[in-house]
Design a protein around this ligand. Structure first.
Ligand SMILES: [Zn+2]
Length: 222
């Protein structure tokens, strides 16, 4: 990487058109987001931080060992030779763009209506598959909110929803290798006719395939 020369960079900026400047501002903002994510990652491995000691042997003696692809400090254990960074063992390990994951997590938690994978891919400039993988990682570490006990006038409502096997590979796998994957216990929903029409119910009856949902609303709470 060429060395950063502020004077030369200033001369380059002076030559830019307003449009190019706006483009440069976006690039700088993007770079800053990356840098902030890296600083946060490095802070985990600071002395006293959760990733300060060797994850393999727990030793504290370590030396700096270059940087990871994302620019985070890598450490090398003097005892056992293991290398790690502040991201090791976290859901962000092996993610090339931790800043985008942080942005996605923020959207999932704070936005009233989180973006779809497709839209997230457009906004963040990553692939749909990456957004999906990151989302699964984020969901995996989100601990459910503490069970707020209800008080005052409580409204409870029961609803039923047919069990969904959307995304399930059971039929595909069965067709591919019937010996290893036995036939699923029921057809796909679209293979049954509409309810009410004369058709055979799935094994166990329709009710057996319904999930019970219980919604509780606290009318007095805020
Ligand atoms: Zn070690």
């Amino acid at each position: 990487m060429p060395r950063f020369d502020p004077a030369e960079f200033g001369r380059l900026l002076a030559r830019l058109t307003p449009q190019e400047l706006r483009q440069a501002e976006r690039l700088v903002a993007d770079a800053r987001k990356r840098a902030e994510a890296v600083l946060e990652v490095d802070a985990r491995a600071d002395a006293g931080g959760p990733a300060a000691s060797c994850p393999r042997c727990g030793g504290d003696a370590r030396i700096r060992w270059g940087r990871t692809r994302t620019g985070a400090q890598r450490w090398n254990c003097a005892g056992c030779g293991a290398t790690w960074s502040g991201r090791s063992g976290t859901p962000l390990a092996r993610v090339h763009r931790p800043d985008l994951v942080v942005a996605l997590a923020r959207d999932m938690i704070e936005a009233p209506q989180p973006v779809s994978c497709r839209r997230g891919a457009e906004v963040l400039g990553a692939s749909r598959q990456s957004i999906w993988r990151w989302r699964m990682k984020i969901i995996g570490v989100l601990t459910p909110e503490a069970d707020n006990s209800l008080a005052g006038i409580v409204e409870a409502d029961e609803a039923h929803q047919r069990e969904s096997r959307k995304g399930s590979r059971e039929w595909v796998q069965h067709r591919r290798d019937p010996a290893k994957h036995p036939a699923p216990p029921r057809l796909r929903w679209r293979d049954y006719k509409r309810r009410g029409a004369s058709c055979t119910a799935p094994p166990g009856g329709w009710r057996a395939w319904e999930k019970k949902l219980l919604a509780a609303t606290d009318r007095a709470g805020c």
